[in-house]
Design a protein around this ligand. Structure first.
Ligand code: NAD
Length: 474
């Protein structure tokens, strides 16, 4: 069934005469029609956000917290409907969609209590100097298709908590659940504080370059991140960029093969590998390489690839045709170069739905495209290493610096290795854990700035220092 969705502008659900289609990646059927906004709708949304900012910036921490808790409750109370819709548009299996929906509600609740308190720099007979954090104003939020709900909430919530208002653009591939949430929170958030508008990629630069938007918070590819930086340079907008990654896991020889095989598998194949911080290169010590690679490949054969709405599916389809074609191209390149496959590799391009079988490569060279590039699909290269120094050097040999992991019984050694990895996050003996209260961000071409925690909140504000000269004669 095709439902027509509306946008949230200035507290009202509004439609446009132009719409575009959203497709279920599991069967390529059209599942929703959404407004195709251009400059006029954007101008209206920004004007509403600007008006709302005048009063919202003066609200107390308690009032902001109440609104954010209302968002959290609206998501939680409607979680059943929302996770099913999320699977329909994004493709991820129901259990993973549930995690995202409850995760988004939990993130909102956890961040609702964050406050940016004043800092006293000097307090003596001569001077009182105080730093306060002032909300920057109207924020433009731009979101990708892999975790559409989580990414939307992680932009809306800190914007509201810090006293900003926001105009958010979901990915044109996955706007439906976000628009349903917009409807659910319409009367929870004061009119104009949260505006959600949909449109093609072309709407993105209009947001980036809009003269009445003060800051851009973007999650997406490094290529788009660079364009955003350029677009935002016109009026020196503040930017936070969460971009791509090519995250390495390093498995030391003391790791228990049976215990880590499944964990390594899911660190790479959750959400069909479409996670910025998924393990995309796994370096295994040569002493356990044969046993561990075999165990991972054997486990992979037990995981079902299919429609995420069906019970038993572990890995869903790729979210869209463009990404499906890219992943197929990387697999073909690996075949053309004669790299060895432990499992997978056979894609049926004529089938319905964007399915790629779980594909694991056996020790391809470091310069293979499938190793050097972010795959963003259910494809994982396993590589053998001899010394820890070599593993660290190979892990760091990337233009990206988002996250990484070390697997070892010796956690001190794990920390020692972590401190040498050039990434924003390193996990030891776990993966994909992101705390709502700790900064999350990338080094190198994985991004600029951070989201989450106090550091993330600060990016929605600027520092104002007020000094009072106490011994002045005036
Ligand atoms: P994308 O860059 O193609 O699109 C992201 C968003 O940007 C979409 O809403 C799109 O419409 C919009 N957009 C496209 N062109 C634009 C332009 N010129 N100006 C402004 N906006 C524009 O990314 P994607 O394919 O949706 O997402 C996948 C990428 O996102 C991967 O590289 C992944 O690693 C990255 N990602 C990073 C994080 C992180 O936190 N670091 C999290 C999730 C995804």
């Amino acid at each position: 069934m095709t439902t027509t969705y509306a946008n949230l502008i200035d507290g009202e659900m509004v439609t446009t005469s132009n719409t575009f289609e959203v497709v279920n990646p599991a069967n390529e059927e059209v599942v929703g029609l959404v407004p195709s906004c251009g400059k006029d709708e954007l101008d209206r949304a920004v004007a509403a956000a600007r008006r709302a900012f005048k009063t919202w910036k003066k609200t107390s921490a308690e009032e902001r917290q109440k609104v954010v808790m209302g968002i959290s409750a609206a998501i939680k109370e409607n979680a059943d409907e929302l996770f099913r819709l999320l699977t329909t548009e994004q493709g991820k299996p129901h259990a993973q969609a549930q995690q995202e929906i409850y995760g988004a509600a939990g993130l909102a609740a956890a961040q609702s209590t964050l406050t940016l308190d004043d800092v006293i720099n000097q307090d003596d007979d001569t001077r009182l100097s105080r730093t306060r954090r002032v909300p920057v104003g109207v924020v433009g939020g731009i979101v990708p298709w892999n975790f559409p709900v989580m990414m939307a909430i992680q932009k809306i919530v800190p914007a509201l908590i810090s006293g900003c208002t926001i105009v958010l653009k979901p990915s044109p591939f996955t706007p439906l659940t976000t628009l349903r949430i917009a409807e659910l929170i319409k009367d929870v958030v004061p009119a104009g504080t949260v505006n959600i508008i949909t449109g093609p990629d072309e709407l993105g630069p209009m947001i980036t370059e809009h003269p009445d938007i003060d800051k851009i918070t973007f999650t997406g590819s490094t290529a788009t991140g660079k364009k955003i930086m350029e677009g935002a340079a016109g009026d020196l907008k503040r930017i936070t960029l969460e971009l791509g990654g090519n995250d390495a896991s390093i498995v030391l020889p003391d790791a228990d093969v049976e215990a880590v095989a499944q964990q390594l598998f899911w660190s790479s194949f959750s959400n069909a590998g479409q996670i910025c911080v998924a393990a995309k290169r796994i370096y295994i010590h040569e002493d356990i390489y044969d046993d561990l690679s075999k165990a991972i490949a054997e486990y992979a054969k037990t995981v079902v690839v299919g429609d995420g709405s069906q019970q038993g599916t572990g890995v869903g389809p790729i979210q869209n045709k463009k990404q499906f074609d890219r992943v197929c191209e990387l697999i073909q390149d690996a075949k053309d170069n004669g790299y060895q496959f432990l499992t997978g590799g056979e894609v049926d391009p004529s089938g319905t739905g964007y399915y790629v079988p779980i594909t694991i490569l056996d020790n391809p060279p470091e310069d293979a495209r499938i190793v050097a590039e972010e795959q963003f699909g259910p494809v994982m290269p396993l590589m053998k290493f001899g010394s820890v120094e070599e593993a660290i050097e190979r892990a760091n040999n990337s233009e990206y610096g988002l996250a990484g992991a070390v697997w070892t019984k010796d956690t001190d050694k794990g920390v020692e290795i972590a401190e040498q990895l050039e990434t924003g996050t390193v996990w030891i003996n776990e993966f994909l854990h992101i705390s709502p209260l700790a900064p999350f961000g990338g080094h190198k071409q994985s991004g600029i700035g951070a989201e989450y925690g106090i550091d993330g909140l600060k990016e929605f504000t600027y520092a104002q220092v007020i000094t009072v000269k106490r011994d002045a004669v005036v």
